[in-house]
Design a protein around this ligand. Sequence first.
Ligand SMILES: NC(=O)c1ccc[n+]([C@@H]2O[C@H](COP(=O)([O-])OP(=O)(O)OC[C@H]3O[C@@H](n4cnc5c(N)ncnc54)[C@H](OP(=O)(O)O)[C@@H]3O)[C@@H](O)[C@H]2O)c1
Length: 345
Amino acid sequence: MMRDVRLMLIGFGNVGRAFASLLMQKEETLRKDYGIRAKVTGIITARHGACINPDGIQLTEALRLVENKQSLASLGTQTFEGNTLDFIKSCPADVLVETTPVNPQAGTPAIDHLHAGFEHGLHGITANKGPVVYAYQKLNQLAQSKGLKFRFESAVMDGAPIFSLHRKTLAGAEIEGFVGILNSCTNLLIEAMEVGTSLEDAILHAQQIGIAESDPSNDVDGWDAAIKVAALSTVLMNHPITPLEVDRTGIRGITSEMIAEAKAKGKRWKLVCRGGWQENNFIAQVKPEMVSADSPLYSVAGTSSFVSFALDVLPGLGILESDPSPKTTAFGVLADLIDIYQGVE
Ligand SMILES: NC(=O)c1ccc[n+]([C@@H]2O[C@H](COP(=O)([O-])OP(=O)(O)OC[C@H]3O[C@@H](n4cnc5c(N)ncnc54)[C@H](OP(=O)(O)O)[C@@H]3O)[C@@H](O)[C@H]2O)c1
């Protein structure tokens, strides 16, 4: 059976554009292997306008316009004026794909976008950690009450299968804890310090190559890692916590002396994320740790991420994601789209 699926893209930045490219690249796979004939009927951005075309927007042209810092408005076949919530109500679609920037303090406005989408009868996919950390249960319940699906594979470790693995393949198993390296920026900064660069110079370089933001505290002070710990605890361990409840220490306290001491012992510093039950206490932590060469964390290099789960039926199961990019993240969104329609008659 062939199904027409109309997509509304909220956000057309690195991830939104990579997803549009991947949709074109995988058009035949979607059609032949999954019976999905997808078209994008609307795109809205913050500074590059919006467009609605119920017959399907020309994605190559949309990419060209935004990459040339032009507005998308000329691609629309019906006029639209209003904000993103108005857009969600106006654009004919079946799935809302949310890729706006994360708000680490509250998860809005992405939460409001997804909420409006579910109210309006659309499935929801996001790559944004905010809604997962601050509104997972509320959004999931709303979606389920309307027979809709809420998916967010790319919110942690880009397109690596974490949430779908838990939901499908690990059905019946119980996750008791996890440990990992979930922030690639700090991993790179520590590596730069290992070859003699100061933290300040390493941050400057990371900003120049687009790895660190202009305000690096989100990474350096462990907030991004804490958000990911909160997301994994909330969804995989059914233990909802906010990033503020994560015991968090960033990497500012790591000195060149500490790096040298670790090296002399054949060890390395890593910003380690942990979550899990110890006795009757739930431990959620982000902290620099000196790891030895026999730890799987030791060789996690550059922008790669790693997580290892302890399960009641599998003592250790690790996932390493190497060299992520917006395309990797876009794959998580595509996998969510396929998942929404797989098995649906
Ligand atoms: N980059 C990655 O590889 C990666 C990996 C994992 C997860 N993520 C998550 O994916 C999301 C997107 O990341 P990104 O790198 O694509 O960000 P980005 O390049 O900054 O793009 C964000 C997009 O959202 C638009 N936008 C902002 N506020 C909006 C609003 N209120 N309504 C509609 N559109 C709005 C922006 O419009 P303008 O273009 O006009 O500014 C832009 O198109 C983030 O939540 C991020 O944490 C990203």
